[in-house]
Structure formats: structure tokens, C-alpha cells
Design a protein around this ligand. Structure first.
Ligand SMILES: Nc1ncnc2c1ncn2[C@@H]1O[C@H](COP(=O)(O)OP(=O)(O)OP(=O)(O)O)[C@@H](O)[C@H]1O
Length: 411
């Protein structure tokens, strides 16, 4: 088991990780999610003893990594697949790691087979594709047949077949009773791979719960309502009536309305009473990806501006409605459920408060810096404003770590 208690890391005046406490248990894949720069890699480096916490501590099986007896046999890690001597053949690279840790040479051939690199084992890794490099990094992590495995973005650069392979590998390692901790930006992939989730934003815990509970707590149902395209005034009339009845109404990009807080029969009755014909009234479930986006939107460090494509905009056909900016995001086409205080609790209502987490009570030192989405104007602007949260020049990738991050260095 991995256990972090009050883990904090500061680089100068930059707080990368703040007061993070969680446990990663054996027998399950635990997904470690967060936007770019949220502190995932920093946390993994502290788990592996490659960075010292400013405060708090983290242990594996009760020991800090550096005090772990025979660490390379107990913990395997993929942190940076590119951190390999490119002039060395894949097999030589693994052999040198094996020799350093007293692992027999036959294990090298075993792991080359597991990751599917046996045919290129004698080729230099500098000729490897991104996906092959990831496989080599995963082979290095598996070398000591460890009980605890950490993977930082293992599907990076993999094709769909490779992604499926990693997914199945993680699951089978967990099914063997191992502790598997996998970081990713991709909620959709984690929803398929992980049993449990730890979600961080700006270095702090946002959620620590099973994927099932995360879905139940954060994935809201909603109704899609569509009025005749030919009569745009009916859409506005219905939106007003639904809002008056306590519903929360958001525009969909195709001109439909997304309604939360009112059950379908009630929406139908309100439309009937308002003398508005409907072309569509259907139940929907917001995706987990949307729920994750909503949960982390205040904790995103790097946000792109909307590409206005001003010269490329086509004229709307007569009668068609332009997409309206969505409250809370200011960008058309973004469909996260509304914030809890705005949504209702009915069958199509938004969920309650974001699920309670062990770190939920900790004040967010970054809260004041979180970007505030612009409120939509009464009339939709031709090009909704979207201020960047950070200067666009800011890199989306982590700074080079002070400590080595090669898989072999983790051992
Ligand atoms: N050695 C360092 N010196 C200074 N700042 C650092 C260092 N390492 C990380 N940081 C900063 O700490 C924050 C967290 O970075 P980290 O790489 O842990 O995030 P991440 O969640 O892994 O991001 P990504 O998903 O983009 O890899 C970032 O703002 C990053 O710039």
C-alpha cells in the first residue's frame, strides 16, 4: 500500500502539491487524475524518493522509498519513457537495469515478451516510436516483478491497440493483488481502467473514491428539449417558462436546450401550458469526462483561448440560432452539468455538492487565482470572450525535474 499524509511540495514560491493525503491499496487500479501541472508527477516523484516533500510524508508498505528493503524488487515505475540511453539496444538497457538490481537475465526476455518488444530487442531505442518507448519503460517497471507499480501517463503516444493493451495489463496486475497507481489526464480512459480514483487540482485533493461512486456523485442526468428550428421564439419562450418553474436551462450547440432540475413529464406539461410544440424531449446522462471537467475547471493552470476563426465563420442559415455561451465556461459547445447550487435534485437534476473528500476541508491556497469564467451577456456575442487563465506562452508540460526520472533511477 502507498500512503501519503499531508504531502506538500514547494519549489521556491510555487506550491506544486499541498497537504495531500491518500492511500493506494493493493488489488486495484487506482487512477491519479488532474489537469496539466496539478502535481501528479511531483507526487509520484516524492513517492519514489526522487523529490523530498517540503512537509508531510509518503510511504510504501510502511517505509519511505529510500528505506525500503530491496526497493527494485518491490516497486516498479514508469515516469519518463524518453529517459533511456538511445544508443543502447532495448535488451541491453533492460539487462543493465537488471544487473544493478540483481535480477536474473532471463527476466529481461520475459518482460520483453510481455510488452511485445521481443522482435526489436536488439534494436537501438533511439529508433523507437513513442509507443515502443512507452512499452520499453513499462518493461523496465515490470523487471523486478514488483508488488507496487507506478505509471505516469503510460498510454502517452500509444495507438488504440496499445491503449487497450495497457488497460488490460494494468487490470491483470491489479487482479494479481498488486498495487497499481496510474496517472492520466484522460478521464475517459481511467473510467475504463481504474477501480478507484484520486483526483487532484492545483496540488490538492479533489476526490478520493471508487469510479462507481465518482460517476454516481458527479455525473448528472439532464433532459434535452428541442423546439421547432423554424420558430426560434418558441425556444426562448420555453427556456423562460422552464426557468420560472425552477429548472436550469443551458443552450446546446445544435439549438436544443439542456434542462436540469425538472423531470421529463413536468417539462412536457410546461411546454404544453406555454403552447410550445416540441420536436424532441429525451433523457440523457452527462459523461464522466464532463463531470471531471467540471470538477477540475477551477483548478486548470493552462487554458487555451477560443479559436475565433473570424475569417472562416460561415453565415448562419436564415432562422438558425447562433450557439450561446454556456454559463460557467464561456465557450459554446461545453456541456458540463451546472454547478450544484444551480441544479435541482430531481431525476434530471444536477448532483449535490461534489463528493466529500478527505481533503475537502482544506482551504485552497490557489482559489483566489482560479480563473473566473465570464458571465454570459443577455445577447450572445458573435465571439464569446475567453480570457486565458495564464499567459499563452506558459508551457503545458512540467519543468524538468531536479532529480533523475529514468525508470532505472526509480529503482
Ligand atoms: N523542479 C521543479 N521546479 C519548479 N517547479 C516545478 C518543478 N517540478 C514541477 N514544478 C511545478 O509544479 C507544478 C506541478 O507539476 P507536475 O509536473 O507535478 O504536474 P503534473 O500534474 O504531473 O502535470 P502534467 O500532467 O502536465 O505532467 C507545475 O506548476 C510545475 O511547473
Amino acid at each position: 500500500m502507498i500512503e501519503a499524509v499531508g504531502l506538500t511540495k514547494r519549489y521556491g514560491d510555487k506550491t506544486a502539491v499541498y497537504n495531500l493525503s491518500f492511500q493506494v491499496r493493493p488489488g486495484a487500479v487506482t487512477g491519479f487524475l488532474g489537469p496539466n501541472g496539478s502535481g501528479k508527477s511531483t507526487t509520484m516523484r516524492m513517492i519514489l524518493g526522487l523529490d523530498n516533500p517540503t512537509a508531510g510524508n509518503v510511504t510504501i508498505g510502511g517505509y519511505p522509498y529510500r528505506k525500503l528493503p530491496n526497493a527494485p524488487r518491490q516497486v516498479g515505475a514508469l515516469l519518463d519513457a524518453k529517459a533511456v540511453h538511445g544508443g543502447r539496444a532495448a535488451r541491453s538497457h533492460l539487462l543493465s537495469l537488471a544487473q544493478l538490481s540483481g535480477i536474473p537475465a532471463r527476466r529481461v526476455d520475459e518482460v520483453l515478451g510481455v510488452v511485445g518488444l521481443q522482435d526489436v530487442a536488439r534494436k537501438r531505442s533511439k529508433g523507437f516510436s513513442l509507443g515502443m518507448g512507452q512499452r520499453l519503460g513499462i518493461a523496465a517497471a515490470l523487471l523486478g516483478d514488483p508488488q507496487v507499480l507506478l505509471f505516469d501517463e503510460p498510454v502517452n503516444g500509444l495507438d488504440p491497440e496499445g491503449i487497450l493493451w495497457v488497460r488490460n495489463l494494468m487490470k491483470s496486475l491489479a487482479a494479481e493483488g498488486r498495487t497499481v497507481f496510474v496517472s492520466s489526464h484522460l478521464m475517459s480512459e481511467m473510467a475504463l481502467t481504474a477501480d478507484h480514483l484520486i483526483v487532484i487540482g492545483r496540488g490538492q485533493l479533489l476526490a478520493d473514491m471508487s469510479v462507481k461512486d465518482f460517476i454516481a456523485a458527479n455525473s448528472a442526468g439532464f433532459a434535452r428539449v428541442r423546439t421547432p428550428d423554424t420558430e426560434p421564439q418558441l425556444r426562448e419562450k420555453l427556456a423562460g417558462a422552464l426557468t420560472e418553474a425552477g429548472g436550469h436551462v443551458l443552450p446546446e450547440q445544435d439549438g436544443a436546450l439542456r434542462v436540469t432540475g425538472l423531470p421529463l413529464p413536468r417539462i412536457s406539461d410546461i411546454a404544453h401550458d406555454s403552447d410550445v410544440r416540441l420536436w424532441e424531449l429525451s433523457p440523457h446522462q452527462a459523461s464522466l469526462e464532463e463531470a471531471y471537467m467540471r470538477m477540475t475547471q477551477g483548478a486548470v493552470d493552462y487554458r487555451s483561448t477560443t479559436d475565433q476563426k473570424a475569417g472562416l465563420m460561415q453565415q448562419l442559415p436564415p432562422g438558425a440560432q447562433p450557439p450561446m455561451p454556456v454559463p460557467g465556461q464561456g465557450q459554446p459547445g461545453w456541456y458540463a452539468p451546472p454547478p450544484p447550487e444551480q441544479g435541482g435534485q430531481g431525476p434530471y437534476g444536477a448532483p449535490g455538492a461534489p463528493a466529500a473528500t478527505p481533503g475537502a476541508g482544506v482551504p485552497n491556497p490557489y482559489a483566489a487565482q482560479a480563473p473566473q469564467a465570464p458571465q454570459p451577456p443577455a445577447q450572445p456575442p458573435a465571439a464569446p470572450p475567453q480570457a486565458p487563465a495564464q499567459p499563452p506562452a506558459a508551457p503545458a508540460t512540467a519543468s524538468a525535474p531536479a532529480a533523475p526520472t529514468k525508470p532505472e533511477d526509480a529503482r
